[in-house]
Design a protein around this ligand. Structure first.
Ligand code: ZN
Length: 136
């Protein structure tokens, strides 16, 4: 029985790891998809601006309102990317430097990239024990 217990445990650990990786891959894909959607919107904006430029100006088109709509769409996509990126960081047990956006381990006190002190530690459900590393 013990043997099978071990196998079961190992299998569930492997499953956990795989599902984590799968989740990570899925998030990355979703982010990339939105990035390319943003590129498409940029292109649309460019087209609209040019179309407006060559169009008959006597027809009253509110180009700014049209462009605003596109910009809002980009805002929304960016917000969703931001959410997914945060989710991705949590999944990888990382945080992001607020200064240079470098991905760093949760317990780092200073950013290894730019040296900014990491004051705010995002506490997840599995709280990492806050050992005071005061030794200089
Ligand atoms: Zn940094």
């Amino acid at each position: 029985m013990d043997f099978f217990d071990k196998i079961g445990k190992k299998a569930s650990q492997t499953y956990e790891k795989t599902s984590k990786l799968a989740k990570e891959a899925k998030l990355k894909m979703a982010i990339n998809e939105k990035k390319s959607q943003i590129e498409d919107v940029y292109e649309e904006i460019g087209k609209k601006v040019y179309e407006h430029h060559i169009s008959d100006k006597s027809v009253d088109i509110d180009i700014e309102a049209i462009l605003e709509e596109y910009c809002i769409r980009i805002d929304e996509l960016c917000d969703r990317i931001e959410d997914e990126r945060k989710e991705l960081l949590t999944l990888k047990d990382k945080k992001q430097c607020p200064n240079c956006f470098y991905e760093i381990d949760l317990d780092f006190k200073y950013c290894p990239n730019c040296g900014t002190e990491q004051k705010e530690i995002i506490v997840q459900e599995n709280t990492t024990d806050n050992q005071n590393l005061e030794s200089n």
